[in-house]
Design a protein around this ligand. Sequence first.
Ligand SMILES: Nc1nc2c(c(=O)[nH]1)N=C([C@H](O)[C@@H](O)CO)CN2
Length: 115
Amino acid sequence: MIEGLEIATVIGIYDWERDIQQRIRLDIEMLWDISKAAASDDIRDALDYHAITTRLLEYVESASFGLIESLAEGCAGIILNEFSVPWLRLKLSKPLPDLGMKHAAIVIERGVLPG
Ligand SMILES: Nc1nc2c(c(=O)[nH]1)N=C([C@H](O)[C@@H](O)CO)CN2
């Protein structure tokens, strides 16, 4: 699980949002059988959360989406396709204190759960 990953990006549908950066937060559950990595103690058998985080930082920092939905799908696609994760649940939160709420968030599940 990657929890509380905060990244600044251009995100939003309004003109004023196109000229600023806002910090989104990612919480990601990922399915991975850890038994091989636990037995070998070899990072090559593990789901390397450092590598995933580095890739997401690169992607989100350079992104410029209007909707949080689009950014969430982009992040999910990277994890599924580049890191061979079979299934994930991803929550993307965007702070909205001006609207009187802590944040708006969406949760998506992508990939296939075994059996
Ligand atoms: N379903 C969505 N609704 C809204 C989004 C969004 O990304 N998905 N975004 C906005 C604005 O950008 C808002 O965050 C600015 O206050 C409004 N609704």
